[in-house]
Design a protein around this ligand. Structure first.
Ligand SMILES: [Ca+2]
Ligand SMILES: [Ca+2]
Length: 124
């Protein structure tokens, strides 16, 4: 049974974190409500953590790993002044603990991540 959510303390880049969630039969977390966003903050436990959101060639359109609707740069949970890059360099989204919000950053940066079971609420 896959946990509804889990936080890994190992540092992985976005692609590695995506694969780690897949190996659990899960996907990188995509918070879609204030409750779920708070849940990610809790699970991240004071660490920066990858979310399941990344740009794929279209500026401001963040493809969601939950298979649902993409998330746009006018979504609710971005940290102040984020996202702050176009399509050039910062194309993956982390929960940035310092600002308690979403931040677009370099996909190759190794850090924590939060997984979410398919077709289940993040916290349940
Ligand atoms: Ca970008
Ligand atoms: Ca950023």
């Amino acid at each position: 049974m896959v946990p509804v959510s889990c936080t890994a303390l190992e540092d992985l880049d976005f692609t590695e974190a995506k694969a780690a969630c897949a190996s659990l039969g899960a996907h990188l977390a995509v918070p879609r409500s204030a409750e779920e966003n708070q849940c990610v903050l809790t699970l991240a436990a004071g660490l920066d953590a990858w979310l399941g959101l990344s740009e794929h060639g279209e500026d401001g359109v963040f493809v969601a790993e939950d298979g649902g609707e993409p998330v746009f740069n006018n979504a609710s949970f971005w940290a102040s002044t984020e996202p702050n890059d176009d399509i050039i360099a910062y194309n993956c989204v982390q929960m940035y603990i310092d600002s308690q919000g979403w931040d677009d950053t370099e996909c190759g940066y190794p850090q924590g991540y939060v997984c979410q079971s398919w077709n289940k609420p993040l916290c349940g």
